[in-house]
Design a protein around this ligand. Structure first.
Ligand SMILES: NC(=O)c1ccc[n+]([C@@H]2O[C@H](COP(=O)([O-])OP(=O)(O)OC[C@H]3O[C@@H](n4cnc5c(N)ncnc54)[C@H](O)[C@@H]3O)[C@@H](O)[C@H]2O)c1
Ligand SMILES: O=C(O)CC[C@@H](O)C(=O)O
Length: 527
């Protein structure tokens, strides 16, 4: 009988479902890391919320572990690459607490508008400061939504019900989906300039870290009120404090902090600041939802091998898996390449297969392309939920199977429609197992997509290779591989370099200023 440890406080229905399904279960919330490391070797599954941290130390000791189930959305407390390397499936429950978290954001917006915590404290202290607490109405105010995924969309819906005007910044929001939600899609600068309230609903990624930086906070409308129920790290906390103290920011409500538990934040006591201890998902309804869902998913996996909402494993049957695996690696890399390079909102994507690839089940290949593409924007995307999320966001997904012989024995092509026109990349498998890029935006160029890389578009002219080699060499960046392609002699050329270490920003700026360079972009791929 498989054995699961519930290592965070979870609704009792989770343990009940495990037992009913025939899974042995221990409930030990609040273990120290040392205590967890000492006992984790005895379990096939770990059911967690956000308190248990699953890093390399825990995984090294977890010699029987097959699955980690997160009763919630964010998985930043799990080292997913390390879990994958260990062969441990990581699952989450992507929708169970969305409504609850959206409601918390709305509650904090009201609390800011009417200074409810301060007014409550003052009244209960025996003062009757009727003149001190002058609030603002939400009606007709502009709410700026940063991130319009599951939770952001629900916040938009509720805010529209409150007669607010909702504007949204989300690179993945299509015009059609924005219309459906009744929100106006805007650029970040415009959102900062127009919003009376700003609420954040993105994951914490390289793109979103400090999205409300000191500079962006300075560009907000005077008196703006800010709510963060997503992740600490999206706002520069020191700059937020300064903005509140100067009066430029009219109020801020944080449910999440850079350091959690936040027991001594410099923000505490700042005028206009209110906080909750990461309570976004804390309602009985949400906790029942995520507890039931995580227990069902984990039991199914441990007892039957069925995979739902896994972040690091595709849903593929046992027979298909060995043939599909290299294609999924190729597809994920092509999706990631397109996601990292495409400018502007994406409205449509087409995934074409030909040769040997056309003989396979195309769904997992499509799922892998979409997961690679959307993981650039959201760390909660997986191969199972990527097609669903793409549909929900209004991304038109087309699958084409060609019955023709091309230049390669097998080929996967990914084309996206962007505001700048169609962009297409293609790849093949060398030796039936090794993913290899063969075409990039209409230019023949062969490369392995792996680790840190650099993409440069330049005018094809003598001397360029020497100059870029010198620029990288001067910065101590070692080039691993060097791949060139061009449209025609003297025309546009592309250069894809794999580098041993990511290229520093100053060197990217130097490369961007080299004669003939049109675009420079650092890329990153899983190995
Ligand atoms: N406070 C809590 O207790 C609590 C509870 C649940 C979820 N969360 C957090 O809330 C956040 C949102 O969850 P969700 O379920 O809506 O996720 P989601 O993946 O459905 O939506 C995230 C959205 O952010 C967008 N996005 C990504 N990068 C962006 C960028 N650079 N700029 C603007 N938008 C960008 C994505 O396109 C997507 O639409 C996550 O960080 C999650 O961990 C917190
Ligand atoms: O489990 C919690 O209380 C928080 C969950 C939340 O941060 C999430 O990402 O789902």
């Amino acid at each position: 009988m498989p054995k699961v440890l519930i290592s965070d406080k979870m609704d009792p229905r989770a343990a009940q479902i495990f037992r009913e399904r025939g899974v042995e279960v221990d409930e030990k919330p609040g273990l120290s890391k040392e205590e967890l490391v000492a006992i984790v070797g005895g379990y096939d599954g770990l059911a967690i919320r956000s308190a248990t941290k699953i890093g390399r130390d825990v995984l090294n000791a977890a010699n029987n572990l097959k699955v980690v189930g997160r009763a919630g959305i964010g998985v930043d407390n799990v080292d997913i690459p390390a879990a994958s390397a260990k062969g441990v499936v990581v699952m989450n429950t992507p929708f169970g607490n969305s409504i609850t978290t959206a409601e918390h954001a709305i509650a904090l917006m009201f609390a800011l508008a009417r200074q409810l915590p301060e007014a409550d404290a003052s009244t209960q202290a025996g003062k009757w400061e009727k003149n001190r607490f002058m609030g603002v109405e939400l009606t007709n105010k502009t709410l700026g939504l940063i991130g319009a995924g599951n939770i952001g969309s629900i916040v938009a819906d509720r805010a529209i019900g409150l007669k607010m005007k909702v504007i949204a910044f989300d690179p993945f929001l299509s015009a059609e989906r924005a219309r459906e939600l009744g929100v106006e899609k805007v650029a970040l600068d415009e959102l900062l300039a127009r919003a009376d309230f700003i609420t954040l609903h993105t994951p914490l990624t390289d793109q979103t870290r400090n999205i409300l930086s000191a500079e962006n906070l300075a560009n907000t409308k005077k008196g703006v009120r800010i709510i963060n129920c997503a992740r600490g790290g999206l706002i520069d906390e020191a700059a937020l404090k300064k903005g509140l103290e100067s009066g430029h920011i009219g109020g801020a409500a944080l449910d999440v902090f850079v350091e959690e538990p936040a027991t001594a934040s410099p923000l505490f006591g700042t005028p206009g600041f209110i906080s909750t201890p990461h309570l976004g998902a804390s309602t009985s309804e949400a906790q029942v939802n995520v507890a039931i869902q995580v227990a069902e998913q984990m039991s199914d996996f441990l007892l039957t091998g069925a995979v739902t909402n896994a972040l690091n494993m595709p849903s593929v049957s046992a027979e298909e898996a060995p043939r599909l695996r290299p294609y999924m690696a190729l597809a994920e890399k092509l999706g990631s390449l397109v996601g990292q390079l495409a400018h502007g909102g994406l409205s449509a994507i087409s995934i074409e297969v030909e040769g040997a690839a056309a003989e396979l089940n195309q769904k997992p290949i499509t799922g892998a392309v979409l997961a690679g593409l959307m993981r650039v924007y959201s760390d909660t995307v997986n191969m199972v939920n990527a097609p669903f999320l793409a549909k929900e966001r209004g991304l038109d997904v087309r699958e084409v199977r060609h019955d023709r012989e091309g230049d390669y024995h097998t080929l996967v092509r990914v084309s996206v429609a962007t505001s700048e026109g169609e962009r297409s990349v293609a790849g093949t498998l060398f030796g039936d197992y090794k993913p290899r890029l063969v075409e990039l935006f209409g230019i023949k160029v062969e490369a392995d997509l792996t680790g840190p890389m650099l993409y440069v578009v330049n005018e094809d002219a003598p001397g360029f290779i020497g100059r870029i080699g010198t620029a990288l060499g001067d910065a101590g960046v070692n080039i691993g591989t060097f791949h060139l392609g061009r449209r025609a002699a003297g025309g546009e050329a592309v250069l894809l370099l794999s580098v041993d270490t990511p290229v520093p920003q100053a060197t990217l700026d130097t490369v961007a200023k080299l004669p003939g360079v049109k675009r420079v972009k650092p890329l990153h791929f899983d190995r």
